[in-house]
Design a protein around this ligand. Structure first.
Ligand code: SF4
Length: 95
């Protein structure tokens, strides 16, 4: 399986890359998401990617994880209703 084509410009993946260099970083959930989405078979179901295709990469919330929820210790309070609506539709389509 090839890596996601958005890998280099993706805020989620870049944040992961930075954190994974930290010896104290042990977020297994995020590592699992990278394995499944960014480098795995679910990359075409990534909510970040779907949102980016629909609205442009500049409208994808920084703290949105590929599975469609906010990164731990963050909230979705700042996400626009349009963004939330697309996220919910995509989650329904792939549930
Ligand atoms: S989070 Fe989504 S868009 Fe970003 S690199 Fe991973 S699969 Fe691609």
């Amino acid at each position: 399986m090839t890596d996601c084509e958005n890998l280099t410009g993706c805020a989620f993946f870049n944040e992961f890359k930075q954190r994974s260099c930290d010896p104290d970083f042990a977020d297994l959930a995020i590592r699992g998401l990278v394995r499944l989405y960014c480098k795995g078979y679910k990359q075409d179901r990534c909510i970040r990617k779907i949102l980016s295709k629909k609205l442009g990469s500049n409208r994808v919330p920084m703290n949105l994880m590929p599975c469609g929820v906010a990164l731990s210790n963050t909230t979705d309070d700042s996400w626009s209703p349009e963004v939330v609506s697309i996220i919910n539709e995509a989650k329904k389509a792939y549930s």
